[in-house]
Design a protein around this ligand. Structure first.
Ligand SMILES: [Zn+2]
Length: 110
């Protein structure tokens, strides 16, 4: 990765961190306990509980990505930044730009 690509990627990571933090805040609002008041019927309560489960899963996933993005930012000073952590090959820039939290090349994922 050349220095131009690197600064572009750092910007992508920083933007991604900002937006994911907003998502996390919103999700944390959404998963607050559903109050047991009578204003919400049984069906909508079931909906609310289903949504809560989905939102909780999404929140966990986003927190994981946030951690990995922050780690990527920490690693940005390393000589092997942008290289696959398994095989050591350079991860294609397009892949990093699209998913800046990845630490492995396509061949080594999974
Ligand atoms: Zn690899």
């Amino acid at each position: 990765m050349n220095s131009e690509e690197k600064s572009k990627l750092l910007k992508v990571i920083e933007d991604r961190i900002e937006s994911i933090k907003i998502d996390i805040e919103e999700l944390q609002e959404l998963i607050k306990p559903i109050p047991l008041d009578a204003s919400i019927g049984r069906i909508s309560r079931m909906d609310a509980i289903n949504n809560k489960t989905i939102n909780e899963a999404s929140l966990r996933e986003k927190k994981k990505i946030l951690q990995r993005l922050e780690k990527a930012l920490e690693r940005s000073g390393d000589k092997d930044f942008g290289n696959c952590q398994k095989c050591g090959n350079e991860i294609p820039f397009g892949r990093l730009e699209y998913m800046p939290h990845v630490t492995r090349c396509v061949d080594c994922v999974g």
